[in-house]
Design a protein. Structure first.
Length: 225
């Protein structure tokens, strides 16, 4: 019963996230969000020097540190550590599932970027970037990694407080990474929201697939016995 309720909620939220992404993508393609995007981005920059974000120097430095939490390099190291740990603790199937789910999510991010091919914000002096803008790869892939791992940890915890902590902390990290990209001026706000939406949907659908695979495996073991 618990798993059925979890799957229902996960499916409902992922459907809403995908629906929201579809509506947002349509508005972005038509150019209807550009005025909003530029206004929000401008509000995050110093009026006399658009190359500098608002706030003290230490905040900009902190945002640069935080944005690294959504980089492919850092996330790859984190996922590798998790997968190795799962293998060493005899959870090889789960290790394989985590690997496939996260690589799949990262690949989907690159596919969506290639499809929409949206130019980056035209602000001089910001961090170097090499890919298209929509959806934000940092926002999407960090959501895929942190929310997938958070969902799996919460799903396996018997403590309600622990479940809330895992989901909340994963969501907090995802938010921080996305916000740092907006603050640093390398993404429009709609890029970030789109990345969050797709990443959350991917993570929740991954949890549903994991439940299905584990339930099928349990059923097969009972039939053999």
């Amino acid at each position: 019963m618990h798993r059925k309720r979890t799957r229902f909620i996960a499916l409902a939220v992922s459907a809403a996230s995908l629906g929201g992404f579809g509506l947002l993508a349509d508005e972005v393609l038509e150019g209807d969000t550009l005025a909003f995007d530029e206004a929000v981005l401008a509000a995050m920059r110093q009026q006399d020097n658009q190359a500098e974000p608002i706030g003290p120097a230490w905040l900009a430095e902190a945002m640069r540190d935080i944005t690294a939490l959504g980089s492919f390099s850092v996330l790859a190291i984190l996922v590798a550590a998790v997968v190795i740990f799962l293998v060493l603790t005899s959870h090889r199937r789960l290790a394989g599932f985590v690997t496939v789910a996260i690589i799949g999510g990262a690949s989907a991010s690159m596919v969506f970027k290639a499809i929409f091919d949206r130019p980056r914000p035209e602000i001089e002096g910001v961090a170097r970037v090499f890919t298209a803008s929509f959806p934000s790869g940092h926002a999407m892939v960090s959501a895929v990694v942190y929310l997938t791992l958070g969902a799996i940890l919460a799903d396996r915890s018997t403590s309600r407080k622990a479940k809330i902590f895992f989901f909340s902390f994963a969501g907090f990290l995802t938010f921080l990474v996305g916000f740092s990209r907006l603050y640093l001026g390398v993404h429009f706000p709609t890029d970030i929201v789109a990345g969050w939406s797709l990443g959350a949907a991917w993570a929740l659908l991954s949890l549903i697939v994991l439940h299905y695979l584990e339930d099928r495996s349990s059923m097969q073991k009972r039939q053999i016995a």
